[in-house]
Write a protein that binds this ligand. Sequence first.
Ligand SMILES: [Zn+2]
Length: 174
Amino acid sequence: MSQHGVPSRVIADPFRFAAEHRTLEGVVPVADLLRLADSLASGESDLRWTLEGSTADGVEGPEPRLRLRVDGALDLLCQRCLGGLPWVLRVERVLHPVRAGQPIPEEELEDDQVDAIELEAELDVLALIEDEVLLAMPIAPRHEICTAPLPSGAASKESPFAALASLRGSPSAK
Ligand SMILES: [Zn+2]
């Protein structure tokens, strides 16, 4: 379906996509997801994703559902030593697309299994993947034990890690 090298990344009509039970899948280099790559130690891995359209019985008839799965390995940035921290990513989310401007069904607000998502006419799949991966990531990842810990309380010493920290720009330095 997709031309080689350029997988389709925009769904023109996600509501129809769901109603027709279509599936789209692909592989995206982490480096292509700029916001994500920015928060990692390195962006050299790939993420494999699947977006599966379906319908579920709602109060007023069939409702669209989009099941998103993303798998891969990320090299998180340890917030203590700024070293790489390997992490296995596995996202699985069921989304209920709602047309922009339409009210979000109330039962959805209490349901952890399904998340309503307000959509305009089309769906940018990569942006959705990036959002969901960012949500799934630990907020402040740290090694249990850093292999090269900063000297405790000896911040005055010029360690190579301190130099690295200033190069990379720690959150407190912004
Ligand atoms: Zn660490």
